[in-house]
Ligand binder design. Structure first.
Ligand SMILES: NC(=O)c1ccc[n+]([C@@H]2O[C@H](COP(=O)([O-])OP(=O)(O)OC[C@H]3O[C@@H](n4cnc5c(N)ncnc54)[C@H](OP(=O)(O)O)[C@@H]3O)[C@@H](O)[C@H]2O)c1
Length: 326
């Protein structure tokens, strides 16, 4: 495993972070074993949110941390528009303070290492959000604050606000990034590198599209998220996406690695990226995916993949709730 400081902070994190959105319908034992497997391979960084599995993901992490809290660097989040409960929506002060208490309870801990605003909330002034996040830091409930899915201009606004008022600054932006979606390269990655803000990356395999199991013109394999829904497989599988997948599979063959490892190693090759968050639901997947942290993609392979994926901006549509054929 390799480690890095998150942006300009002294928070040391593993470069691969275990994401705990947990899409498969497995029981608690499988998920706890998955977390254990990440720890065994040197993983120290874990990502959750108050909305993953309706809070169950936080509870599972809480169980895993019992008696060894210091081995975990935990990110959780507030303000997802997917929250079932209206009192958990948005980034107003009351919501942030209430949701933080609930997350602390589910995580069974008295502090969160990194607390993120999950999505921008255009209806709440950024001053109110930044100030509420600062309050949590002052109370010792949160060590560091940050955001997710914030464009560079929004992050800039938040940093300006916290500097103006002497409040805790956002130290991280968590964004989607992969060979199939390179949008953040235009502004966000250079901006974060310049301002010393850490970047953590979700969906590095585009929810498995880059795992080598999917091919243009063929149905998605049964049991995968793209088969089960809600993701729109037909809309995603353009000829350009197919060409990127082929290039990843070929690189994996040349390097005797798996396509997933190649896709993740490409993300890790970007200097602005602190950590990539991998979605694994089983210990076996953890062992395969965390091996991507032990090697580097050769430069000529990075160049080939850069070229074939140039301009990729895949937007994953979630409009197939009943599966890919409906
Ligand atoms: N901040 C945000 O808005 C946001 C959004 C999304 C995710 N996240 C976080 O980021 C984490 C990772 O995101 P993600 O799950 O979308 O990332 P991902 O790693 O691109 O996708 C995970 C999916 O890829 C497939 N996969 C993973 N490893 C594989 C392997 N070795 N072989 C074959 N297939 C493999 C699995 O699909 P199947 O289940 O189909 O097998 C898995 O569910 C989440 O757990 C969550 O913590 C944050």
């Amino acid at each position: 495993m390799r480690y890095a400081n998150l942006g300009a902070t002294d928070l040391r994190v593993s470069r691969l972070c275990l994401g705990t959105v947990f899409r498969q319908a497995a029981d608690d034992g499988v998920y706890l074993a998955t977390i254990e497997a990440a720890l065994e391979r040197g993983g120290t960084f874990f990502d959750t949110s108050n909305v993953y599995q309706g809070g169950r993901s936080e509870q599972l992490l809480g169980r895993a941390m019992r008696g060894r809290r210091e081995r975990f660097v935990v990110t959780t989040k507030v303000g997802s528009p997917e929250a079932d409960d209206a009192s958990a929506c948005g980034l107003g002060r009351a919501t942030i303070l209430r949701c933080c208490e609930r997350s602390l309870r589910r995580l069974a801990t008295d502090y969160i290492d990194l607390y993120l605003c999950h999505f921008p909330d255009p209806r709440t002034p950024i001053e109110e959000t930044v100030s509420a996040m600062d309050e949590l830091v002052c109370q010792g409930k949160v060590r560091h604050v940050g955001c997710s899915n914030f464009e560079s201009w929004r992050l800039c606004e938040a940093l300006h606000t916290s500097r103006l008022h002497g409040q805790a600054a956002f130290v991280c932006d968590q964004v989607g990034y992969s060979l199939l979606d390179r949008r953040v390269e235009d502004e966000l990655l250079p901006y974060c590198a310049r301002r010393g803000v850490g970047v953590t990356v979700y969906a590095p395999t585009a929810i498995g599209l880059l795992s080598g199991r999917f091919r243009g013109g063929e149905p998605p394999p049964e049991g995968t998220s793209w088969h089960r829904g809600p993701y729109n497989f037909r809309a995603a599988m353009t000829p350009h996406v197919g060409a990127v997948i082929d290039a990843v599979v070929q690189a994996a063959e040349r390097l005797a690695r798996t396509p997933t490892q190649v896709a993740m190693a490409w993300c890790l090759s970007r200097p602005a990226v602190t950590s990539i968050i991998i979605g694994c639901d089983t210990p076996e997947r953890v062992h395969e995916n965390l091996a991507a942290a032990d090697w580097e993609l050769p430069e000529e392979e990075v160049r080939r993949l850069d070229e074939v994926s140039d301009g990729q901006r895949l937007k994953v549509r979630k409009d197939c709730p009943e599966g890919w054929q409906r």
